[in-house]
Design a protein around this ligand. Structure first.
Ligand SMILES: CNc1ncnc2c1ncn2[C@@H]1O[C@H](COP(=O)(O)OP(=O)(O)OP(=O)(O)O)[C@@H](O)[C@H]1O
Length: 172
């Protein structure tokens, strides 16, 4: 089983009487290589030996888009289990943060892009994202299980079933 992380940096747009509605933006990356190539996702990737999920989310966000994050500023937002043909393929820790330093830059791995929360390109993302990401972006916590079938690689398998629990306690 792989353990991985996803991180969703958020900026701007406090709601006011003059400008109602959520005007915040989320930083997504267009993946340039590896699993999910060509699709949008949050920065993230696999844990390295000896690394905590939080350290992994900080490192991957720095490596993929050049943003600096203090690990204590990450807010754990979810735990997602991805199953492929009945076996756990990836266990993914999801974080969000409104605190970071620097400006996103494109790297070999990823092209960063800010999206208004209402314009997140769910039609160009993993099929499961539309089920859990909207809640995560508006501050909720989630535990989810997603079943894929049809053999490797995961990004060519079919999404067949899911189970979600909202507003659960998620640790670390
Ligand atoms: C199945 N539905 C899915 N829905 C949403 N997100 C998914 C996902 N399946 C994998 N992910 C995430 O995509 C990232 C890259 O995956 P990952 O295996 O690490 O590939 P990648 O080539 O980037 O590895 P490294 O960056 O080298 O670690 C990683 O954050 C992982 O949690």
């Amino acid at each position: 089983m792989l353990e991985a992380t996803l991180c969703f940096p958020l900026r701007g747009g406090e709601t006011t009487a003059d400008e109602p509605g959520d005007r915040r933006e989320v930083l997504l990356i267009e993946k340039r290589r590896g699993l999910g190539e060509g699709w949008y996702n949050g920065p993230g990737g696999k844990l390295e030996d000896g690394e905590t999920p939080r350290e992994c989310a900080v490192r991957e966000t720095r490596e993929e888009v050049g943003l600096q994050i203090d690990p204590d500023d990450l807010e754990k937002a979810g735990e997602l289990t991805f199953l492929l043909d009945g076996a756990v393929h990836t266990f993914c820790h999801v974080y969000r943060t409104a605190a970071f330093a620097g400006e996103p830059i494109a790297t070999e791995e990823a092209r960063p892009e800010w999206f208004a929360l209402e314009d997140v390109p769910y039609d160009r993302m993993w099929e499961d994202d539309r089920l859990w990401l909207p809640g995560v972006l508006c501050g909720r916590t989630v535990r989810g299980e997603f079943e894929f079938s049809g053999g490797k690689p995961l990004d060519e398998a079919a999404f067949v079933d899911h189970d979600l629990e909202w507003d659960v306690a998620v640790h670390d």
